[in-house]
Design a protein around this ligand. Structure first.
Ligand code: ATP
Ligand code: MG
Length: 222
């Protein structure tokens, strides 16, 4: 799947790109995300892919852009979707949704606040967002904690689909820890930037933790 969006730098333009599936549902990009959505839904007949990881080999390849558009696309089918900022190294979902990153994932995991109080209900279908929360000094420990496993079990009962916007797989252990506990991984590659070896290494590392790589989004960032 090749995405080709215009390259613009302003926050307004970035946000526009992030939300194109919502603001312009008849665009080619929105159509491509619907195809990705369908491919994920049909990649397993017996088992529903409820928990999805979005990652890439390195930073800046389009993970957050893809995570938001995919979440919008799935929520447009009437599903209750939770989009989580699990990139505790460089969280940006709160900026995209113009939210204060006061309470979020880390606060829920540390038992500081219940999930219902930390999630933000968007105006897009039944899409809810959980920002990263306050970044602790030990993000990997938190991601790999028992609290995280219990949290995943709980949210699977409440939501139809959960999407984790994760850090680059080659740069932290966090994504591998999470991928091993989730139903599937979508790998985002920047056609201009990702090199073949890094992509293969990311795929290999994900397989090592028994993650199921459901597909690859080739993000054509000029
Ligand atoms: N197809 C595209 N065309 C042009 N610009 C793009 C495209 N995809 C993403 N961008 C822009 O590139 C920047 C990085 O994208 P994004 O935040 O989605 O990447 P990321 O992989 O989440 O980065 P990070 O590793 O920092 O979390 C953003 O400013 C985004 O708007
Ligand atoms: Mg990101």
């Amino acid at each position: 799947m090749v995405l080709n969006l215009n390259k613009k730098k302003s926050v307004k333009e970035m946000t526009k790109r992030h939300f194109v599936s919502y603001t312009n549902p008849s665009s080619q990009i929105a159509e491509q995300f619907r195809t990705i959505r369908t491919n994920i839904q049909f990649s397993s007949i017996d088992q529903k892919h409820k928990t999805l990881i979005i990652t890439s080999p390195s930073s800046g390849e389009g993970k957050t852009t893809s995570a938001i558009n995919l979440a919008i696309s799935i929520s447009q089918q009437g599903e209750r979707v939770l989009l989580i900022d699990a990139n505790l190294r460089r969280p940006t979902l709160h900026t995209s949704f113009n939210l204060k990153d006061s309470y979020g994932l880390t606060d829920v995991l540390m038992g500081r606040v219940p999930l219902e109080e930390a999630t933000f209900q968007t105006q897009i279908g039944r899409l809810e967002v959980l920002t990263s929360g306050i970044i602790p000094p030990n993000p990997t420990e938190l991601i790999g904690s028992k609290a995280m496993s219990f949290f995943i079990k709980d949210i699977k009962e409440e939501f139809d689909v959960i999407i984790f916007d994760c850090p680059p797989v080659l740069e932290t252990t966090d994504t591998k820890l999470l991928a091993g506990q989730c139903d599937g991984v979508v790998l985002v590659l920047n056609s201009g930037k990702s090199d073949r070896e890094k992509a293969a290494e990311a795929n290999r590392l994900l397989h090592l933790v028994r993650a199921k790589v459901l597909g690859v989004i080739l993000n054509e960032r000029e």
